[in-house]
Write a protein that binds this ligand. Structure first.
Ligand code: PMP
Length: 419
């Protein structure tokens, strides 16, 4: 067997590597909320594949479904042909996710990952409206391809393109100023001002909670204000639920709490459930205007991921047990963060469900906290423009004991960072 350590990766892999720099271990196996490295060390996971592992690693129910499928030589790659795995997924998604919520969307498979779902949403909004501009938000994150990067509000990520991106119109996210709902009044005035000559936008793309942007939570009334403005001005509302969807905030879709119905929704990360790439762009039926072949791709529909996605929906979304647990565990995390805020100056916290952020006035202390946590066997990452927020994204299925254990490690790590 090859002995593996950091040298293999520094020698062969591009310098753009990122997570390995914070977590210098060679990971090997994982089960539930725990990973094991090649030296046998175990790590509790407060990161969950950046939101791709909401049901934990190698979830036994999903694994059984996948193993059965492979053993019976189920189709692994089928372009966008009709397959049993896809058909069963579509029926299950409609019956257990869309219909109970009164949602009527066509499902499109835009390509394997989140950024593909965003690209499809942006392209479609522009084609349907015949308008070019898209509104995006401060600190937004939507992906790494040119369109999704153009709507991403992060200087470092945008710098990856080297040259200016497609023009967009940035708007302040909720609480960027004082958080008043009147934030939209100025924008409405601009849209009505024919003398200004600005182009009416095709769409607005928004996250209900900005994950990469630092766990910035939009209030339901702000989201309703935005949805209402879009409706009145005939602008398409795109909710990017790639990171916050699939139960992260406590509801299957993160926008449910606000009671809004977006025109287009993007999903990826945990929709496949097992960490296999799968992405969906959901669109109101009347937006389904693409001719066959106008948007295609070789990996548009990953059959093994359809199988695990169906198993995950059947297991976790046939009742509201998971939602209830996510909300309860989210409150435990928030309580632990609240205690830390009482204990130390220069800390604040925010979050919804099982995405919770601990924001440090001094960004270096956030990084230091994660370093110390790693040395104690806990994976937690930072987010936000200055990496100043420790973002917790544990598997939704994490046991209460593991959650308490991880929160204990994190508290000690914060105390030590401040010491
Ligand atoms: N949208 C959001 C909200 C995301 O958080 C991410 C990934 N962090 C993406 C899009 C891009 O997804 P992917 O990395 O799968 O392309």
């Amino acid at each position: 067997e090859t002995a593996l350590d950091d040298r293999t990766f520094t020698k062969h892999e591009s310098e753009v590597r990122s997570y390995c720099r914070d977590w210098p271990a060679v990971f090997d196996t994982a089960q539930g909320s725990w990973l094991t490295d090649v030296d046998g060390n175990r790590y509790l996971d407060f990161f969950a594949g950046a939101g791709a592992l909401n049901y934990g690693h190698n979830n036994p129910v999903l694994k059984d479904a996948l193993v059965d499928y492979i053993v019976r030589d189920g189709i692994t790659h089928g372009l966008d042909m009709s397959t049993r795995a896809k058909g069963e997924f579509l029926e299950t998604f409609a019956a257990k996710i869309l219909e109970p919520r009164g949602l009527d969307y066509k499902v499109q498979f835009p390509g394997p990952t989140g950024t593909n779902a965003v690209e499809a949403a942006l392209k479609l909004a522009r084609k349907v409206t015949g308008r070019e501009a898209v509104i995006n938000f401060t600190n937004a994150f939507h992906g790494m391809t040119l369109g999704s990067l153009a709507v991403t509000g992060n200087a470092m990520k945008r710098n990856g393109a080297g040259v200016p991106l497609v023009h967009t119109t940035p708007m302040p996210f909720d609480n960027y100023f004082d958080g008043s709902v009147e934030d939209f009044a100025w924008f409405e005035r601009v849209l009505e001002d024919s003398g200004s000559g600005f182009n009416r936008p095709a769409g607005v793309i928004v996250e209900t909670v900005q994950g990469e942007g630092g766990v910035n939570v939009a209030r339901p009334e702000w989201l309703r204000g935005l949805a209402d403005l879009c409706k009145r001005k005939d602008i398409l509302l795109i909710v990017d639920d790639v990171q916050m969807g699939c139960g992260r905030t406590g509801e299957f879709f993160s926008f449910e709490e606000a009671g809004i119905v977006p025109d287009i929704v993007t999903l990826s990360k945990s929709i496949g459930g097992y960490g296999l790439p799968l992405a969906l762009t959901l669109l109101r039926p009347e937006l389904d205007v693409w001719e066959p072949g106008e948007h295609n791709g070789t990996f548009r529909g990953n059959n093994p991921a359809f199988v695990t996605a169906t198993a995950a929906i059947n297991k976790y979304w046939s009742d509201d047990a998971l939602s209830v647990q996510v909300k309860a565990k989210g409150m435990e995390i928030a309580q632990s963060f609240e205690d830390l805020c009482q204990r130390h100056d220069g800390l604040s916290h925010r979050g919804r469900g099982m995405v919770q952020g601990l924001a440090f006035d001094k960004p270096e202390l956030a990084g230091r906290t994660c370093e110390i946590a790693f040395s104690k066997g806990l994976l937690a990452e930072t987010s936000g423009p200055d990496s100043e927020v420790v973002k917790l994204l544990p598997p939704l299925t994490m046991s209460s004991e593991d959650l308490a254990h991880g929160l204990q490690i994190l508290s000690e790590s914060v105390d030590e960072a401040f010491a």
